[in-house]
Structure formats: structure tokens, C-alpha cells
Ligand binder design. Structure first.
Ligand SMILES: C[S@@+](CC[C@H](N)C(=O)[O-])C[C@H]1O[C@@H](n2cnc3c(N)ncnc32)[C@H](O)[C@@H]1O
Length: 217
């Protein structure tokens, strides 16, 4: 059975997580945590969504994602899709680098929090949709960049890649994909994406950037 009921991180789990970060000198997530609190943003950590299927919620974004995006030459007018937008924390970072952000989220509670977060920050270039990423097709045709924070496993990744390839067949263009905690890379490479660069930050945060060139006509 699949559940979308959130279960909050306990105080003890939170204390252990923070102490581990401090011990590693991994201060970027702590700085981001303070920023989120300062702005009163909803950022539940460790909400398990459909945990039986391996889906979980955890936010990303902040200075590390900004650093990765800063290495890309992102043309004006670029549109990024966040597959599994959660509470929209990464989307807030993406909104500073892209003309438009599309966020797709399976869990209605998380999507509602993402809307409140965007409103609180008065960010107007984020479009949020409650849907399963596998059902997202037509809207992909405007997308130039993709962001994912390891939101799902290999089977869903294969379906998402098939949808992206079909979109590029309809509307030929190059695509750039930023994948945090890259785990399911084989379907991405099978879909014609080529790894351009990867990062590993203190604490183990890893990012990979893939590009798929414009298909030859
Ligand atoms: C690790 S969280 C990342 C949240 C956000 N992208 C960020 O980085 O701040 C992954 C999110 O993907 C969502 N998700 C998982 N499978 C999904 C699916 N099939 N369709 C839509 N969203 C999904 C989960 O509910 C979860 O909120």
C-alpha cells in the first residue's frame, strides 16, 4: 500500500543530523537551515512520501545548488523543471537563475507548502503542478533544463527519460540536466545525455551535470 502521510523527523534524529554536520565541517546546510527559519519557510526534513516505493522528501537548494548553476551558461528565457519539487526549497534557488521554474510534485501536502513558500518569498516565476512525473508530457516542450534531487528510482527515471526524448523529437533542442545525489544514471545516459561535470561537497553532497545536444536534423 502506498501512503502519502508525512512522518516528521524526531528531535533526537534532528540533533544527531546537526551534530554530524558540524563534526564534518559541513556548514552549508546549517546556513541554509538558518535562512529558511529566518524567512519562516516550511522545510520539513525526512517527510516520507510513499516510503514503501522508496520515495522520500528532503529539500535541497541554497548556496551549493547556486554554485553548481553558476558554472552553467544559462541563456535568458531558459525554463527549468524540478521533477519532485517537494516544498519548493530548491525551486526558490532555481527561480533566481531561470526565467521560469516548473515544479511537479506527487504529494498534495508538500505542493501546498511549496505554494505557501513561494508566496511568502513573493516569487512569481514558479509554476507548481500536483502530478506524477510520469504523466507530465506536453509541458516538457518548453523545458530547457531539468533539476532532480534523487526523487525516484530507476523504473520512473526510465519513463521520465522516454517522455523527455519524445519531447525533443517534437521540439528539437538541447537539454541540460542537474542531478543531485545522482544514483540512477544509466537511464539518463541511455537517453542520450552525456556527463559534463560532477561535484562532491563536504558531507558528501554530490551533483552531476548532464547535457543532451540538439539532435541533428
Ligand atoms: C528528495 S525530494 C526533493 C524536493 C525538491 N526537489 C528539493 O530539492 O528541494 C523528492 C520529491 O520527489 C517527489 N516525488 C517522488 N516521486 C514522484 C513522482 N513519481 N511524481 C512526482 N513527485 C515525486 C517526492 O514526493 C519528494 O517530495
Amino acid at each position: 500500500m502506498t501512503s502519502t502521510t508525512p512522518s516528521r523527523e524526531t528531535r533526537f534524529e534532528r540533533a544527531v543530523r546537526l551534530c554530524t554536520m558540524l563534526a564534518r565541517g559541513d556548514v552549508a546546510p546549517i546556513a541554509q537551515g538558518l535562512w529558511l527559519r529566518w524567512h519562516g519557510l516550511e522545510h520539513p526534513f525526512g517527510l516520507f512520501v510513499a516510503a514503501e516505493a522508496g520515495h522520500h522528501h528532503e529539500h535541497s537548494g541554497g548556496m551549493r545548488l547556486s554554485a553548481v548553476l553558476g558554472t552553467l551558461a544559462i541563456p535568458r528565457g531558459s525554463v527549468v523543471i524540478d521533477f519532485g519539487v517537494g516544498t519548493g526549497i530548491a525551486a526558490l534557488t532555481l527561480s533566481r537563475h531561470f526565467t521560469r521554474v516548473i515544479g511537479i510534485e506527487l504529494a498534495p501536502d508538500l505542493l501546498a507548502a511549496a505554494r505557501r513558500n513561494a508566496d511568502r518569498m513573493r516569487v512569481r516565476n514558479i509554476d507548481l503542478h500536483c502530478a506524477d512525473v510520469r504523466e507530465v508530457t506536453g509541458i516538457l516542450d518548453s523545458v530547457t533544463h531539468i533539476y532532480m534531487f534523487n526523487p525516484f528510482g530507476e523504473a520512473i527515471m526510465r519513463d521520465v527519460m522516454a517522455n523527455l526524448v519524445a519531447s525533443v523529437d517534437r521540439a528539437p533542442r538541447a537539454l541540460t540536466l542537474v542531478y543531485k545525489a545522482p544514483e540512477w544514471c544509466a537511464p539518463i545516459e541511455a537517453a542520450g545525455f552525456v556527463l559534463k561535470r560532477s561535484w562532491r561537497f563536504p558531507g558528501g553532497d554530490a551533483y552531476a551535470v548532464y547535457e543532451r545536444p540538439t539532435p541533428r536534423g
